[in-house]
Design a protein. Sequence first.
Lengths: 474, 474
Amino acid sequence: MSDKNKILSNEALESVEPVAEVFEDASTVGLSDDAISKIVEALHDGDSTTHLELINELSVPDTADLIHKINDEDRKHLLIDRKVKLDPEVYPYLDPAVGKAALSDMSASRVAAIISALDSDDALELIENLDKNFQKEITRKLSAKMRVAIEEGLTFPEDSAGRLMQREYVAIPQFWTVGKTIDYMRAAADDLPSDFSDIIIIDPMYHVVGEVPLNRILRSKRTEKLETLTFDVLHTIPADMDQEEVTYLFRREGLNSAPVVDSDNRLIGLITVDDIIDVIDEEAEEDIMKLAGVEGGDLYRAILSTTGSRFRWLFVNLMTAIAASIVISMFDATIQEVVALAILMPIVASMGGNAGTQALTVAVRALATKELSNTNMFRVIGKETVVGTLNGIGFAIIMGVIAALWFGSTTLGFVIAGAMVINLIIAGLSGAGIPILLSKMGSDPALSSTVLLTTITDIVGFFGFLGLASIFLV
Amino acid sequence: MSDKNKILSNEALESVEPVAEVFEDASTVGLSDDAISKIVEALHDGDSTTHLELINELSVPDTADLIHKINDEDRKHLLIDRKVKLDPEVYPYLDPAVGKAALSDMSASRVAAIISALDSDDALELIENLDKNFQKEITRKLSAKMRVAIEEGLTFPEDSAGRLMQREYVAIPQFWTVGKTIDYMRAAADDLPSDFSDIIIIDPMYHVVGEVPLNRILRSKRTEKLETLTFDVLHTIPADMDQEEVTYLFRREGLNSAPVVDSDNRLIGLITVDDIIDVIDEEAEEDIMKLAGVEGGDLYRAILSTTGSRFRWLFVNLMTAIAASIVISMFDATIQEVVALAILMPIVASMGGNAGTQALTVAVRALATKELSNTNMFRVIGKETVVGTLNGIGFAIIMGVIAALWFGSTTLGFVIAGAMVINLIIAGLSGAGIPILLSKMGSDPALSSTVLLTTITDIVGFFGFLGLASIFLV
């Protein structure tokens, strides 16, 4: 064996006593509500010794949990209290809105100290949310190495692979053998990233030649050359690829990690699967939030800011509701004559809205996961229209009978049945069609589909029902 | 060096020529629509040589893409065509609904052949969706080892860690040294799982003592004992833990893998982070789908089955819409007198529904991610009620002025303003309160919150507006 490995200490050796923590069930995962209220009590009592002790006992994820769950005032108190030395690793764990608020209240040098203790990707994630001027103040106080990493990182587009990647990776020349690689890793143990499970193989120009998982190295002969151990297919990611594409690629190809390259195809970073999990969460969350007209981080936002962001979406909805009311007003004479129309008309509109939302949700998700493209686009729209038609016929019969019995008028039954069929066909067609059309036009289908859809189903619902009534009933 | 490593061939050596595949942008990831239509054309022409050639060239994810995007008929044609030898790895890649349909059309022995070629976790995932009787037929045709794995796997609850885990892992006794471990891995190269990045450390009773990432082994001295290299905190997962809890744990603690143990705390399997990604997708998808009343796999479901599953949800909605209509009918005399009420009433109901959905979506997501618990429950409900009140006041003023001008009646303006404030307060309160209440009662908040919410906002909207009108206007 090489004797280099004898000189070196190993950071892994610091953790000598494994503590078995068995999670029996859901309730034992995470910080209990009891533990939180104990700490909050200590905070309120001003008993700083107790609360410091309690907080110092917490793991990083538990500390983040605590910060999330206490109220704004307690949170400020806890974060500003300079006697509490929070582990810097806590900050990347926080919800971006909470993290931003916490760091924005601190001095630039305090933030710089936190940032300096983190990996470059976590540091970048924290700093990219802050105000431009504050960013500059902070970077001035960083070490040259970290400053370069941050400044370079900020040149990549937001939500791109360049922002997501870590600069800590292990790259080995292609002509090295397994034995030389193992000897090098023993010798350089302290300089290696704290965790990695793949090695990137490069040529002398720093072009990526391949990727080798550590387990392939461990089971190979010492004389084996690394280039013979690489995967069949290499997936390199350009730094400016959008993070949504990156997650798609990871999921699709089942990747554990992938090297990131610059425009000259040179290695500049590494994205690992655990970075991807956060993005997947983020993207799924974004879709569900956008469909309902809510912005992310809403849970931790101040009341006035939440009210404002919700107001904008509701205002657009008010305009569409008024448009629907104008349609109704065109038939005011008819309604005055047959008041049953006013009673029944919300049913037609509401069924259209709900049926349309079903089709819309399926289409928005399928677009997000790329299961929907040109090939099956018309088939999906066609299917949704047929489903709408079939359910339209079903509910036309049910509602036609109910209306006829309720108001003792067969004609009224036929009128609402006709309107129901029309609105559910339109609902299926536009529920699937609107998101597809928006995505073709380069818009985000999750963002405005719902408003457009309910406008259509409201207007068609009211116009169809009242229009048919004005022809056949009055 | 040990000479054992000289005896052995290495599966990794099979892949000698790395093919660099650089993804320039989104459009190059995945199968193009052009490629799909080429294959479909060949299928339709009956030119089996061409379509076999085209399909055999595809990677596993591309093949899955193709199968997803062609229509039902082409899909059946492709899957039943026995000349097409699809890579068995394709099946676990398919949407569960598509996979189930494909396998259900095959003979038990054909399915058994596919299953036998897969890892035990993938095999279990495929087989658990099939009919009970068909399952039995298939397992009878499997090798003893795979049969035991499947039968044992099926004893764990659905969506539990036991179903998710793989039985392929590397477990090493705690007293082994780094050197002995490396020598063993070289010697046993062919028997090791095809991919792994952590080693599980066990005691003689097969209890888990710790977990060591391969990179810690590679950078340690050969004389180092494995038990000194384990993580500080060990996370073991009981086999019956729900997969949602498992993903929560992985995300929270940033795990790469975790050993699964039986009720005696003995090692029985391993869950890795890439298994988790599928579950995260699944769970996020489930929430968004449930909120809209859609079942998963809807994109690939046959028209009649889709229509049926949508019908049930729409039927519940019809009942709530009729309930709202009954409320309206209580005020038919008032409406007949002031037809403007019929014109304006949908606005109040619709604004309540939308504002409530915003609060509801935030609460449902926060419950799913465990950001919402007893500690902050009342604070969140309180905040949403205040936000509802503030937006209620804003829209009361806007809509009050519009209504007063539109119909030339200040009283009508005040009536709609009053109803708007009431409905938006109730919307905020119940939007946050309903999911929390449902989750306290052990129900799934995503599933029925929307229906309950719109029932409340419709009824309060109509009752508030028409009630106030009947008092002040008539």
